[in-house]
Design a protein around this ligand. Structure first.
Ligand code: HEC
Length: 411
């Protein structure tokens, strides 16, 4: 029942999470696009309340938009605010993360080949990163460095990669990617709450009390809004990365993460420059191929583990890469055991079968469960696991079994 509940929470919250994120990111992209395409009036400021205009054709209608300075006491009704898409995305995302922590109390995050830390410590480390990451980022962009984007941007990105590398010492690759995505997503939502909406509230309150429209407050909000805009592509990629085990499980997964984050931000920058930079499209193509080539070089490099560890360690690492890289994890690591049995702690334990028998999960059973799963069906699960006989070499099967046994020993 409890694992059912986690499964249903996952269905509802994941769907709402994706939906709200689409609405939020859609707004971010559209509003930044509108800002870039505003036609500035010949004489701005002074008596002229217009900051820019824009005409658009969409869905069979023509829209005329004005960006303008408001006069005290003349606030239009209704005035639409945008914030709940962001808050809904964060809240549902946080609940999903809690349900992942809950399953196996953090074992989902820990890489047992790297550390003997208990699962619950991963939960604390993950939460510390999510809230601490926001504090560090926010402080940095409130400091005088804020005026030196050429320093502040590379510094922010370097800190992010450093944090990813530290998590990579303890977490498995999939969890590192998700953790960095969750940290950036939190920064985005906190930007909306603490800066964008807060500053909008400030100048609206001033207007209501008869003071002039403070455009500086708007500029501060805009700065964080632009940060959010540039974080959208990387966060989307990181949130989908559970589907890209060939990257998350790679030996050099952290440098690959760095390349992806920087590339996606730079591609967004090029896309935004399209109205002033005619070669933007070839540059997007060039950036893509350069980054893809860099990633392929990282994928071809041997990992540090591969040359220095014991044969048993190497088998486990190879097994983990196969497990994540060939889709086992898609069913077995969903964060809930509703789709397929959670393989943590299975090794060596009695397994109840659908036919009423009980089998001890030794190496032979695990090998058979992978090669010919239909021979023995675990009680409570549908017989949906594909048979892998003929797909793996004997050495690969050995490494998969070694990996499943290793996650079995995790507390
Ligand atoms: C389409 C989903 C799916 C995929 C992909 C999948 N499995 Fe499974 N697996 C299941 C289900 C469902 C069961 C339980 C039913 C059964 O025994 O067949 C299971 C059972 C197992 C068991 C026995 C677990 C126990 O509790 O006794 C092992 C071991 C296992 N899978 C390993 C793997 C490995 C290794 C891979 C990748 C090479 C893999 N699975 C891929 C769905 C999947």
């Amino acid at each position: 029942m409890e694992s059912d509940l986690v499964g249903w929470v996952s269905v509802v919250f994941r769907f709402v999470h994706v939906l709200a994120a689409i609405m939020w990111i859609g707004n971010s992209l559209l509003f930044t696009w509108m800002e870039l395409n505003l036609i500035k009036p010949a004489s701005a400021g002074g008596e002229n309340p217009l900051l820019g205009t824009l005409d658009m054709l969409h869905g069979g209608g023509v829209y005329h938009l004005e960006k303008r300075v408001l006069k005290a006491g003349a606030i239009p009704e209704p005035l639409h605010w945008f914030m709940w898409q962001s808050y809904t995305t964060w809240i549902t995302g946080f609940v999903l993360l809690l349900s992942l922590y809950h399953s196996g109390s953090g074992a989902f995050f820990i890489d047992p080949t790297k550390t003997a830390l208990p699962g619950w410590s991963a939960v604390l480390l993950s939460l510390a990163g999510i809230f601490g990451g926001w504090l560090v980022y926010d402080r940095l962009w409130l400091s005088p460095l804020r005026r030196h984007a050429k320093i502040a941007i590379p510094l922010s990105l370097a800190l992010l990669v450093l944090v990813a590398a530290l998590y990579g010492q303890i977490f498995n690759g999939r969890a590192v990617y998700l953790q960095i995505g969750a940290m950036m997503g939190t920064m985005m939502s906190a930007n909306v709450f603490f800066h964008i909406i807060a500053n909008q509230k400030r100048f609206m309150a001033a207007l209501q009390s008869g003071k002039p429209h403070d455009l500086e407050l708007g500029k501060k909000a805009k700065e964080r809004s632009l940060h959010n805009h540039y974080m959208t592509f990387p966060v989307l990629f990181l949130m989908l990365s559970a589907h890209f085990p060939q990257l998350t499980a790679a030996a050099w997964n952290i440098p690959i993460l760095a390349v992806i984050v920087v590339t996606l931000m730079f591609i967004k920058f090029l896309m935004n420059s399209r109205y002033t930079f005619s070669d933007w499209l070839p540059c997007v193509g060039g950036t893509f191929f350069f980054s893809a080539a860099t990633i392929f070089i990282f994928l071809a490099l041997p990992g540090v583990m591969e040359s220095s560890s014991s044969p048993e360690q190497r088998r486990i690492v190879a097994g983990r890469q196969l497990f994540l890289g060939t889709g086992c994890g898609a069913c077995h690591m969903q964060g809930s055991a509703s789709l397929a049995p959670d393989l943590h702690g299975v090794s060596g334990k009695p397994q109840p079968m659908a036919d009423g028998s009980v089998v001890i999960a030794d190496a032979d059973y695990l090998r058979e469960a992978i090669l010919t799963p239909h021979l023995k069906i675990v009680k409570g699960y549908p017989a949906v696991m594909p048979a892998y006989a003929g797909q793996f070499s004997a050495a690969q099967i050995d490494s998969l079994v070694a990996y499943v046994q290793s996650i079995g020993s995790n507390p």
